[in-house]
Design a protein around this ligand. Sequence first.
Ligand code: GDP
Length: 389
Amino acid sequence: MRALIIGVGQCGTKIADLFALVDFDTLAVNTSRGDLEYLKHVPQERRILIGESLTGGKGVNANPILGREAMKRDLPLVMRKIGSIIGYEDIDIFFLTFGFGGGTGAGGTPVLAKALKEEYPDSLVVAIGALPLKEEGIRPTINAAITIDKLSKIADSIIAIDNNKLKEGGDDISRAYERINYTIVERIASLLALVDVPGEQTLDASDLKFVLKAFGSFATVGYAKADAGKVKSLSRLIIKSFESEGLYLEANIESALYGLVAIHGPPEILKASDIFEALDYLTNKIRGKQIFRGFYPDPREREVEVVTLLSGIYESKSIEDIIIAAKRYAQSFMEAKEEAENKKKELLSGLPDFDDVYSKGGSELKGIPDGEYPDIEGISKRLRRERDD
Ligand code: GDP
């Protein structure tokens, strides 16, 4: 299983930086030189500044049009870098991490996703994006809705993380971002770490690709972990991983088409009856009824870890709220714009042009034919002559 994590924009590169910390192949792409320098773990030669001719390396200030333009201009540079990282061996999945509400990530990610799909048709492109907080207001909401629309036509799956779930922790915003970024990476890294490794029943790259190849619909990754000594019911722990508190997206998991569950822990805890009870429950719950499973008994382990990936989701309150709010904002903005234009037209209508007022015999400048604009030098010469006479 070979994955490349590409972070775009500030949020995306911060997430990619955490993936680099746990030894994933990463690339960081941003319009802000300062934000790229701030990263700690992505190697220097894997950081690409885009759109410098457009922004001078100062970022795009949440403007997705500039983000899109920056990515378009420097796409050859980015694609060359990706080509040199990949070499001759295929990549199974490109994970693109970004914030839906900003400029570089929101504008640039769809451009990059499209180029990757064209250049590497056998690889999956999976978007991992953070949805804006409700309090962030109009622009991030509109940016997110439009980017969701674009990516849903390009990416194989969109793993959306609802930042509104952050608020439940009560931390300040940067600590809260850190916490959610860490959580995303922990979940996805744990899942990827279990693919293609020996176990009782294993998951391979083709299982993961099958589950994530879901025509641009939404996916979510649930997670539950507990001390082996404290697990009274493994089946309960597995179910917890895909219940609302385990997920970072408000979604109706019954609308999911596919699921994948990986369980890792000490062998005495991984009892087949418990596992099948929970998996039967999940199979019956989701619409597509297809669950892939992997069990990884590990005698050295003291904890039980469950990662659940649900994909093919098309009913999500987090997403619907954003789309509905964005449409409302966009509609009232367009109405206000139209009203302003009409008011301006109404106020200014009926005004004459300069010619109507100053020519047709009304000219104070003698000798200037009606309807012609005099040249300044000619006028001053004539005035001087008249004065001297
Ligand atoms: P860009 O650099 O122009 O792409 O802008 P950002 O990456 O800063 O994107 C801004 C959006 O991402 C906002 O909606 C923020 O709520 C969200 N965001 C910014 N930083 C983080 C972060 O570190 N973690 C998470 N989860 N969301 C973030």
